[in-house]
Design a protein around this ligand. Structure first.
Ligand code: ADP
Ligand code: MG
Length: 242
């Protein structure tokens, strides 16, 4: 019998160096990490500390220079380090939901149509209207992107990311372009996905108060994890301010 949640991600001695010689940039200098099924992890750290590089390697958007990173799904462990481009593309398409600071929605389409672009290609997707309802946009299905606020557009992007029922949701500064009140609505959508769908979730932010909503907080500095803490009680997104 399983006694504790299994790791979804494991990284060991993970490094990433961009370029070589005297101008090489050591973005990750040896990261060890386990993230378990259903966990909500917040990654903090100054600009340039390696947060996006780490998230991109876990999401199959970038590849490591050395060390290992694995992803475990339905009892099977897959190497991310050393996977081919085709394998990483398939992994991203089937199993990873990404949310970035900028929403990258298609302006000539409605909210529903933006989500349907993804669900049309997925195996067992949610209905676009159900994904949009989950992020609080059940009343905005047929609005065009330009008719939505920044926070609403980001919630469409979250609906798009989760509608294919990904195993993991990776968010890189999802509130970076938003004010606090609007950002909270975006965080509530992410919180709900994590809680109701059980999606393993990693959120990068430079707003330290957001860390209160995580199960676990990791801080990066200069390509290393320099601090790790667990929140005994998770704060509701609605209670945050920054
Ligand atoms: P963060 O997300 O914490 O701001 P990043 O992971 O984006 O940090 O970047 C870490 C370091 O790697 C920075 O010094 C950055 O300039 C460098 N870096 C990131 N991506 C590239 C790239 N494609 N080419 C060269 N250097 C990069
Ligand atoms: Mg970044």
């Amino acid at each position: 019998m399983e006694t504790e949640p299994h790791p979804v991600f494991s990284a060991r001695a993970l490094t990433k160096t961009y370029g070589d010689g005297p101008t090489a940039v050591h973005a990750l200098r040896g990261v060890d990490l386990d993230i378990v099924q259903g966990e909500f992890v917040v990654l903090l750290g100054a600009s340039g500390s390696g947060k996006s590089t780490l998230l991109n390697i876990l999401g199959g958007l970038d590849t490591a220079t050395s060390g290992s990173a694995t992803w475990t799904h339905q009892g099977q462990t897959h190497q991310l380090t050393g996977a081919s481009d085709a394998e990483l593309t398939r992994y991203r398409r089937e199993h990873v939901g990404f949310v970035f600071q900028f929403y990258n929605l298609i302006p000539s389409l409605t909210a529903r149509e933006n989500v349907a672009l993804v669900t049309d290609m997925a195996d067992d997707p949610m209905r676009p209207q159900d994904a949009l309802a989950l992020v609080g946009l059940g009343e905005r299905l047929d609005h065009f992107v330009a008719q939505l606020s920044g926070g609403e557009q980001q919630r469409v992007a979250i609906a798009r990311a989760i509608a294919k029922r990904p195993a993991v949701l990776l968010c890189d500064e999802p509130t970076g372009a938003l004010d606090c009140a609007t950002g909270i609505m975006v965080l509530q959508a992410i919180e709900r996905v994590n809680r109701e769908l059980g999606t393993t979730t990693v959120v990068i932010t430079h707003n330290a108060p957001i860390a209160a909503m995580a199960d676990r907080v990791l801080r990066l500095a200069d390509g290393r994890i320099v601090e790790e803490r667990r929140n005994p009680h998770k704060a509701e997104a609605a209670s945050l301010s920054w």
